[in-house]
Design a protein around this ligand. Structure first.
Ligand code: SF4
Length: 237
């Protein structure tokens, strides 16, 4: 895709989310904006894969990519995910997900960026090698479908070899990342937290701290410093 077409894609996703956000009156409405943006991203993927004749090699029950390295997300995605979990999990399952997310947060907090990138650790929401919150999973989990699961398995077996990661259709992944960033930009323009968070660590706070969502909606930083995703300097300004 050209630079211009990527820019147009980001603008389309930004404008659609911004229009939805203008009409949102409640926290539930804001979460619905995120879920609609996720649906648009799914639609974009379907269109890109058809255009490029991409053959997806992912299968239900694989879960390999849900173990690999860092999984980052924005606050609007994490709160929509936490809300979906609260609505759809039993009290017991929600408490278990919170405990797994808290264990994840404690385990990854001391890691350097490189150590985290090389980590093999199941996402707190992975159950029986499937996503237990699949309808509300964040954008990053919608973007990287693999065209060759052998590449994912190689990465799983060689976590220190960052070059072993990959397997997604590069052009589609770029377009979807740009589109997802367009959505995030609408939330930023609405005055909401622009920080990129570690999914598991921030989810622990979204599920465990009843004040976090109100803080976020008031325009403050949603989660603690410890939950911020480790990134290259200046990437998470
Ligand atoms: S949220 Fe779901 S799809 Fe994403 S990494 Fe976790 S288990 Fe996998």
């Amino acid at each position: 895709m050209t630079r211009e077409s990527l820019l147009e894609l980001a603008t389309t996703f930004r404008d659609a989310a911004a229009e939805d956000l203008r009409r949102a009156e409640t926290a539930d409405d804001v979460h619905a904006v995120t879920l609609r943006a996720h649906a648009r991203l799914n639609g974009l993927e379907a269109q890109l894969f058809a255009d490029h004749k991409v053959r997806v090699d992912c299968k239900a029950g694989c879960g390999t990519c849900c173990h690999l390295g860092k999984i980052d997300a924005r606050a609007h995605e994490i709160f929509a995910l936490a809300d979906w979990i609260t609505r759809n999990f039993s009290g017991e399952d929600r408490a278990a997900a919170l405990a797994r997310a808290q264990a994840h947060a404690a385990a990854v907090a001391p890691l350097t960026l490189e150590q985290h990138l090389c980590t093999v650790r199941a996402c707190p929401l992975l159950r029986n090698m499937s996503c237990s919150a699949h309808p509300a999973r964040p954008g990053v989990c919608r973007i990287g479908h693999s065209t060759d699961v052998r590449i994912c398995e190689r990465a799983f077996q060689n976590p220190d070899d960052l070059a072993a990661k990959g397997g997604s259709h590069a052009e589609s992944k770029l377009a979807m990342t740009v589109a997802s960033d367009g959505t995030s930009f609408a939330f930023l323009e609405a005055g909401l937290d622009k920080t990129v968070y570690d999914l598991g660590s921030a989810l622990a706070e979204a599920l465990g701290d009843p004040t976090a969502q109100a803080r976020w909606l008031a325009g403050e930083r949603a989660f603690s410093k410890a939950a911020i995703a480790k990134q290259e300097p200046a990437a998470n300004e």
